[in-house]
Design a protein around this ligand. Sequence first.
Ligand code: ATP
Length: 479
Amino acid sequence: MRILPINNTINNYQSANKSKHRNTIFRAVSKESLEFVQKIPLDERLASMFQKFLQGDLILVGKNLNKAKERMLACASNLDSAVKRIFFLPDENLHGYLAFTKNREGLKEVINLNDEPIYMIDQVKHRSESLTPHDSFYLLEGDILGVQGNLIEIKEKSKVDLAGYRKNFCSAKSFENDINYEIEKMNKKTIAQLSKDVKQASSKVMFKDVGGQDELIDELKKSVIYPLRYPEVYSNFDINRGFILYGPPGTGKTHIARALANEADVNFVSLNGSEMESKWVGESEENWRNLFEEAKQKQPTILFIDEIDAIAKERSGKDVYGDKVVNQILTLMTDIDNEKESVFVIGATNNFKALDKALIRSGRFSKHLEVKMPDLDGTKHIFDIHTANKPLDRNLDKETLGKRLFDLKVSGADIKYIVNEAHSQGFERLGIYEKMENKTLTGKDIQKFWITQEDFDKAIKKFVETRNGTERKSIGFNK
Ligand code: ATP
């Protein structure tokens, strides 16, 4: 959730306006169009705005923009969300001022900017409630606001199609560029606070730590990072929120998902399908609902489900427990898609064919990205990544080693294993383990230490023997 004190944003807004900041996109509303749109009832214009209402938007309503701004400042403490865009809907006939926002639960809220109470008539419960000055209240479709004689009905959809006129009947200001830096700063703090109890992405892994997957990374940037960073630019896009990363074990699916979350600087929740299968039997559907709810509340969120095939197997009708979970996930995925939440769900599997077909169809996990075994350049790149901080002998022939590893058809996890094993072989060669045991190890022993060709030869030999014994499973695979 992006949080920024409204005082900051309003002040920014004012200074941006004063200085005719280059990012200011405040549109003057011409007299003619104002006259025209004022004939359209306010609730219809509002409904039209609501159709495009995003979290971080603020709609001010009243006669005069400056007064609305002044009053909003007095009620600033009501807002805990960063205001990224302000819209102003002028209305000559309204005897008061109102502000509309979208809260973290995605509900519309009204803030009473007046010094007198306003009323909210709940049509469903047939009762009326008074809203004290400067207070806020969430709204549901059908509620009616009574503002000093004016009645405004809250509608989700406008009866008249105003989409084409929207630009003409409101003024808008985007803070996105003006205050990006502050939003980012606040976000970091807030997200860290909010996700205290959530397993967070390792702070180290970034895309530069992933080798041989440049095309895939490019795709993830376009499909996840940019939509998260620039939601407005993507407002007309049919954004894909569900992804499947598939490929052989150890190719870096989990590694890539972690790097993605770190690059996007968002909340990262990671779980393992096979662990959940047994742990959550009985209450699994509710757990899935809670999980998605939490992801929504802490959005932007990347929810990563490793070994998704363990829970999203093709429904057979025989496995009642499993079928229910698949159905539940399908519903939850459809919901986040319909509600256009900033939640991306990434499933990873070694067994793509086993996945339920409905789950991978359009609108759910509709983007399928293959994480391939590395080619020659990829293998060398991964080797460089994993040896970057290792003390390598200067005479080591990295080129030939890279080629040798490629010929062995190793995965990223295997390369990591081989490099660590070579390190360990070097410790054996110089009796470092022994010295540790005898407590005779000195700083000099470590300073003089290099991993040599011989260490790599032994490590590769051990790897090949172990792999032949364990068949196809990537032995570098570590969880
Ligand atoms: P599985 O399908 O068996 O769950 P996976 O594809 O998710 O495996 P990871 O668990 O991400 O593979 O890989 C294990 C480790 O191997 C990573 O933590 C990382 O250190 C290393 N690794 C794997 N692939 C790469 C890569 N392309 N670049 C750099 N390191 C990699």
